[in-house]
Design a protein around this ligand. Structure first.
Ligand SMILES: Cc1cc2nc3c(=O)[nH]c(=O)nc-3n(C[C@H](O)[C@H](O)[C@H](O)COP(=O)(O)OP(=O)(O)OC[C@H]3O[C@@H](n4cnc5c(N)ncnc54)[C@H](O)[C@@H]3O)c2cc1C
Length: 356
């Protein structure tokens, strides 16, 4: 194996892998298609939210990411006509992109300090220039799914970015106008809203969503950009650490929750596993399987739900019958790759109150 390790993708998993390898004395080159930090395709700046224990996660991957995660001060959920206030539990907001305060910036600083080299502005459509054994960590971009023939789904919709003075918070809406959902996240004075679906999101849906957002969250969002990306939910068997002689990391490896598409948690943990895979094949495979062991079950659960009528009131059922809904809530928690710190979906429902 060559001493110099190549990593394609300067996102979460690529940089976590790079930091770990450089600290072990490896020469590391990270190649990315973006002009600089923050990725390609105009996806960022953005604010994501995820259930996470930042201190625990930092210890797992050997990289301190705690300062990038902001515990939510408020968490609202709209379901049809109703609005609920949830307990934020372990849900945190995290900024993405190139700004100071984003997790990408935090990782980049640590990577530079560890001696990682970066080559930006090199967007690859195939892997002929990247040696076998390299780490491929290209997130939601389509090329590597196509080149490596990895089953995927297209996710698409509309995104809106703006300024905000609010404390970190998240508002989500589950409605009949998308098969996924709408969310708005806020942190570091930045607000990011996304209406997305794995089926087409029509302009009619966007208008209905805008009206809903105004009524429920008193937010007027006017500027929307079309958003699209690939997610690894094309097959129940998708999670894979090795493929075609390459090591995969992050969303491309299937380290994503197939239900709600939480991808931050799995990307960070799988970056560490990818670094381990450079030196310890068997150990890394074992750990990767452990991280993603609920993927298949969650995939089938999502498939069943996507065939049920959209108006079905699972939220109210879960809120009122927490004992009966326990297995479903447990699966929703465990399907986030590597999530092992309690059942977040139960925690957020504990104090759920209907406010409208
Ligand atoms: C807009 C948006 C909102 C999201 N919201 C949430 C959320 O709220 N909660 C949550 O948990 N998850 C969310 N996700 C998912 C989560 O962010 C991703 O799963 C996670 O970032 C994946 O990390 P990664 O390391 O796989 O890739 P990324 O962090 O996306 O990094 C991929 C990198 O690879 C580079 N790249 C890609 N293709 C090429 C190529 N061919 N050649 C060269 N460079 C390339 C890109 O420029 C980028 O820098 C969201 C994703 C997006 C895009």
């Amino acid at each position: 194996m060559a001493d110099k390790v190549h990593i394609l993708g300067a996102g979460l998993s690529g940089m976590v892998a790079a930091i770990n390898l450089a600290r072990r004395g490896r020469e590391v080159l990270v190649v990315d298609g973006g002009k600089g930090l923050g990725g390609i395709g105009g996806l960022h700046p953005s604010v994501h939210s995820t259930p996470v224990d930042p201190a625990w996660m930092s210890a797992q991957v050997g990289v301190d990411v705690t300062s990038a995660f902001h515990p939510l001060k408020d968490f609202l959920a709209g379901v049809g006509d109703r609005l609920y206030r949830l307990d934020p539990g372990p849900v945190h907001a995290v900024e993405r992109g190139s700004r100071k305060g984003s997790i990408d910036y935090l990782l980049y600083e640590q990577a530079r300090e560890a001696g990682v080299q970066f080559q930006f502005g090199t967007y690859l459509k195939d892997l002929r220039e990247i040696p076998k054994g390299s780490i491929i960590a290209t997130g939601l971009q389509p090329e590597m799914y196509d080149y490596l023939d990895i089953p995927c789904q297209i996710t698409r919709g509309y995104a809106s970015v703006g300024k905000s003075d609010r404390q970190p918070w998240c508002g989500s809406i589950f409605s009949t106008y998308t098969d996924d959902y709408f969310y708005t996240n806020c942190a570091n004075k930045l607000s990011y809203s996304l209406l997305f679906g794995r089926k087409k999101v029509s302009l009619h849906a966007l208008e209905a969503c805008k009206k809903d957002v105004k009524e429920k969250f008193e937010m007027e969002l006017d500027k929307w950009e079309f958003f699209t990306g690939r997610v690894p939910t094309g097959s129940a068997r998708n999670p894979r650490l090795f493929h075609d002689g390459y090591i995969l990391a992050g969303t491309l490896s299937g380290a994503m929750d197939p239900g709600a598409l939480f991808g931050i948690h799995g990307a960070i943990l799988s970056g560490k596993v990818a670094a381990d895979a450079v030196e310890d094949f068997d150990g890394a495979v074992k750990e990767f399987k452990r991280l993603t062991r609920f993927y298949r079950l969650a995939y089938y659960m999502r498939t069943i739900f996507s065939r049920m009528p959209r108006g079905l009131d699972m939220f109210e059922f879960n809120r009122k019958h927490r004992v009966l809904s326990y297995p479903m809530m447990a699966l929703a928690s465990l399907s986030i790759p590597g999530y092992r710190k309690g059942l977040w979906s139960r925690e957020i429902m504990k104090g759920a109150e209907r406010i409208r």
